[in-house]
Design a protein around this ligand. Structure first.
Ligand SMILES: [Mn+2]
Length: 463
């Protein structure tokens, strides 16, 4: 086993180390300072002859052994690094100090600098953060435990973050859906969100505001009361719980309120609650929260905080990859596959644009086909279009280093329909009526010609 030679500058630092305790691989040395007692700190040996090449050589360092220098004194560190370099060239050195300047640290090919007391400080702060979360969980449980039926209210057309956070609250309260249902004033519309609740076996009930009367407890997740229109129902202006990460609003009362605007997702707050209270995060819950964070932060891109990263890492270790795949890649219906087959039969990539027109399909097929289309050789842009109800719906993907997909789609639908998105993914909807007004017909070859022309123009507009 490789050794770690810990060399402390003076008895005070050595005693600090001794109180924390050493691991088996660590050999502890100390050099007495002139201004302090020469009494040997427990567990430490004196470095025979001081900070010299000979003294280091006597330790017989082997390949793989490491050194730590614990000191707040520049000359000490410089002398030690010089002696170690001579005795065992290139040996790894960790300098532990809170006060040294960069100038005090000599050049060395394998040296890392870290804090000393600040290391403990960070751990202590982290533990107090856990304790703060535990306190909130205790309050939540005290407040709600005696209630018969708690409504967990999400925003209208709930998104994955809200759904996951609401589900996490239910688990945290030790309840099941009959006594803590997820409810919303508007149904889930986006097909990928419908796929999420189906894969997870969750139910989000759409209710009218009057139906809130059946609950003797109300918690708002990923939303605040004044979001519900100009005149929100009175019942939501005075609630038990609000947990959210959107900008804080005024004009309502909540007994327990936890709003963290620096967080990328409410799912992150809930992950911290679960961890702090020692609640087991099983595959289904872990997957829901992971997907909630992923979708609200666009895979840890926009608006991501270190807390989101930590929660993501924690959840990644306890999610179900199979379940996540089912959410992100919902099963394709066979008629959707046939439409894809027809479109692929005559496919071509023109000037980096790969456009597939599918005809009438289920809406969730379209984004999946766009993902696939981007894999074609030479494709920089992929567009999948299909007819859903009375609309022409299309999904757009690009390789990421070109004009933002959202901007392109907004240019394409201008005056015809609605659309938008982000850097590398976007969606547009044009009512067939509006399309026919401009292009006379809405058959597949007309759609293909029209979209190709509009996209080619929009993509190159900035050049
Ligand atoms: Mn959110």
């Amino acid at each position: 086993m490789a050794s770690r030679f810990i060399i402390c500058d003076g008895a005070e630092l050595a005693r600090l180390w001794a109180r924390i305790g050493a691991s088996e691989a660590e050999e502890l040395f100390w050099l007495p300072r002139e201004d302090e007692s020469r009494a040997r700190p427990q567990g430490f040996r004196a470095l025979p002859g001081g900070l010299t090449v000979e003294a280091i050589s006597k330790l017989e360092p082997k390949e793989g052994d490491e050194f730590a220098l614990v000191s707040e004194d520049g000359p000490f560190v410089r002398a030690a690094v010089a002696a170690i370099s001579k005795a065992t060239p290139g040996a790894p050195i960790l300098v532990m100090s809170d006060r040294l300047d960069a100038d005090d640290i000599p050049d060395h090919p394998c040296l890392r600098r870290t804090g000393l007391r600040t290391q403990i400080r960070d751990d202590v702060d982290l533990d107090f953060a856990h304790l703060g979360n535990l306190r909130r969980v205790v309050r939540l449980r005290e407040l709600l435990s005696s209630r018969e039926k708690i409504g967990i209210l999400l925003q209208p057309d709930p998104d994955p973050d809200g759904i996951a956070a609401g589900y996490a609250l239910r688990i945290l309260l030790g309840r099941k859906s009959p006594t803590a249902p997820l409810v919303s004033f508007g149904e889930i519309k986006r097909p990928e969100n419908v796929a999420m609740v189906q894969a997870l076996g969750l139910d989000v009930r759409t209710i009218a505001p009057e139906e809130l009367d059946e609950f003797d407890g109300l918690a708002l997740m990923d939303v605040q009361p004044t979001v519900f229109g100009e005149n929100p129902p009175a019942r939501v202006l005075s609630v038990d719980v609000v947990i959210d990460h959107h900008p804080e609003r005024s004009g309502y009362d909540a007994v327990v309120k936890d709003i963290r605007t620096s967080y990328g997702a409410t799912s992150t707050i809930m992950t911290e609650y679960l961890q702090a209270s020692g609640t087991e995060i099983r595959g289904k819950l872990g997957t829901a929260l992971l997907y909630g964070i992923k979708s609200d932060t666009q895979l840890l891109g926009r608006d991501t905080s270190p807390a989101d990263m930590q929660a993501f890492a924690k959840l990644h270790a306890c999610h179900s990859p199979a379940l996540l795949r089912r959410i992100e890649r919902p099963a394709l219906p066979t008629d959707g596959l046939r439409a894809l087959g027809r479109a692929l039969a005559s496919t071509r990539v023109e000037e980096g644009i790969h456009l597939l027109v599918l005809g009438r399909v289920r809406e969730d097929v379209i984004p999946q086909v766009a993902e696939l289309a981007l894999q074609a050789e030479g494709a920089v842009w992929a567009i999948a279009a299909g007819t859903v109800g009375g609309d022409l719906v299309f999904s757009v993907r690009n390789v990421g280093y070109v004009r933002a997909a959202g901007e392109v789609v907004r240019a394409v639908v201008e005056g015809l329909g609605v659309g938008g998105g982000h850097r590398s993914m976007a969606k547009g909807i044009i009512p067939l009526k509006a399309f026919r007004k401009v292009y006379k017909r809405a058959d597949r070859s007309t759609i293909r010609r029209a979209l190709l022309k509009a996209f080619t123009k929009a993509i190159h507009e900035d050049d």
